[in-house]
Design a protein around this ligand. Structure first.
Ligand code: PLP
Length: 382
């Protein structure tokens, strides 16, 4: 089945008791059992809920995976993956990472004796010296947030497979399953902040993991049920509804993203535009190979690279809203240094190229003329 058909149909069956075409919101915490421990697959809603199950099947299908597990946030999903590890284990990850992931790794899990190496993985060969007998996980994020760097997933998987027992997990939030399917490239786990493109309407916080391996599915389901970061049925319903238009939204996100990137690049007041669709983007060839298109996310700097100017621009937007998050139908503008990436120490941030003045856009699905006009009027004022 092709992507758009899966987005609308996968995981969703008419309700057997009524024929309702939409999966009902099973707003219940428990399920009646005719006899002790005899039930219809549902005992208590932390373990499983039918609305959530339907969503898990849908997300798994979109990632060409066998199993999906939903969590109450993207961080909840990431947390479950790290809980597969033991004290003394090591993780290799990239240095241009979602701020919250960096914070969880360094502030929470380093205290539990797990060691994280943050590297520039745009060259996968950089992995080699950091892999040793304690390495258990390679955690990738591509395209990266907010610098839009691209990591070669297949090459990282190839490096991992030279050793035993190393899992490769990919945070696929920026690409969405429409643009990139890491399991097809050999990754073991795909993680999504469902809050973003999958939900798509800025009304839900949720996370998901997708995998093919049955044992890994059992282990992660055990962690999900034991630790309890599960989403509710209302949110599951909203995401099931959002997913039905994922392919249509993504087409427009990609179209608008390209137009905005090209417009900004030729604007006299704009400095650098970070967008993997440009022929001269350092990782353009890999992006072309592993992604279907280049998405709606991009970052840029001003030629007059002063914080007052960047701030003035962000305050002057009328159609774009100044807010954290991304992937919704509405366009957002964000200042990574003080907003999404404030949890990364300044020296670390600057060292990795994330300046104080960088501006990030989540280009929505509005009419492109209005988005360009909005950027132009704000650039006029700086
Ligand atoms: C938002 C985001 C997360 C965290 O997800 P939440 O749903 O906010 O917990 C992780 N990774 C990336 C790339 C994100 O954009």
């Amino acid at each position: 089945m092709k992507f758009g058909t899966k987005a609308i149909h996968a995981g969703v069956e008419p309700d057997p008791s009524t024929g309702a075409i939409m999966t009902p919101i099973f707003q219940t915490s428990t399920f009646v059992q005719p006899s002790p421990s005899k039930h219809k697959g549902y005992a208590y809603a932390r373990g499983a809920n039918p609305t959530r199950n339907s969503l898990q099947k849908s997300i798994a299908a979109l990632e060409n995976g066998k199993f999906g597990i939903c969590f109450s946030s993207g961080m909840g999903a990431t947390d479950a993956v790290i809980k597969l590890l033991n004290p003394g284990d090591e993780v290799v990850t990239s240095n241009d990472l979602y701020g919250g992931s960096y914070r969880m790794f360094t502030k929470v899990y380093e205290r539990f004796g797990i060691k994280f190496h943050f590297l520039d993985l745009t060259n996968a060969a950089n992995l080699t010296p950091f892999i040793n007998s304690k390495t258990r996980l390679i955690w990738l994020e591509t395209p990266s947030n907010p610098l839009m760097r691209i990591i070669d997933i297949q090459e990282c998987v190839r490096q991992a497979r030279l050793h035993r027992n190393i899992l490769v997990a990919v945070d696929n939030t920026f690409a969405s399953p429409y643009l990139q399917n890491p399991l097809d490239m050999g990754a073991d786990i795909v993680m999504h902040s469902v809050t973003k493109y999958l939900g798509g309407h800025s009304d839900v916080v949720m996370g998901a993991l997708v995998m093919n391996d049955e044992r890994l599915h059992q282990d992660l389901t055990f962690i999900m049920n034991s630790c309890g970061a599960v989403p509710g049925p209302q949110d599951s319903f909203l995401v099931l509804r959002g997913i039905k238009t994922l392919h249509l939204r993504m087409e427009r996100h990609c179209f608008n993203g390209r137009k905005v990137a090209e417009h900004l690049r030729q604007h006299p007041k704009v400095g650098h535009v970070y967008w993997p669709g440009f022929q001269d983007h350092p990782n353009h060839a890999i992006a072309r190979r592993q992604m279907k298109d280049f998405g709606g996310m991009l970052s840029f700097s001003l030629k007059d690279d002063k914080i007052e100017k960047a701030t003035k621009l962000m305050e002057s937007m009328k159609v774009f809203s100044l807010a954290e998050s991304l992937g919704g139908v509405e366009s957002l503008i964000n200042h990574p240094a003080s907003m999404t990436h404030a949890s990364i120490p300044r020296e670390e941030r600057i060292k990795n190229g994330l300046t104080d003045t960088l501006i990030r856009l989540s280009v929505g699905v509005e009419d492109i003329e209005d988005l360009i006009a909005d950027l132009d009027q704000a650039l006029e004022q700086v």
